[in-house]
Design a protein. Structure first.
Length: 64
């Protein structure tokens, strides 16, 4: 959400989702397909595009 900007030095998200594919193992997975537009086994690229862990490698490393 707010991680796609250099505006902040830190961002804290309480109980946020880091990996949508791993979240499918929870008991609440039934609504994820509707919320994300698909389940990862139906459209993996669409789900990964919305999963924060997928963007980590693209992030420019910064020295504080």
């Amino acid at each position: 959400m707010n991680g796609h900007t250099d505006r902040y030095r830190a961002f804290v998200c309480h109980a946020g989702c880091y990996d949508w594919v791993s979240m499918m193992a929870t008991d609440g997975y039934r609504f994820f397909g509707e919320e994300l537009g698909a389940f990862h086994w139906e459209d993996e690229a669409r789900v990964l595009k919305q999963s924060p862990h997928h963007h980590v490698a693209r992030r420019k490393r910064r020295r504080w």
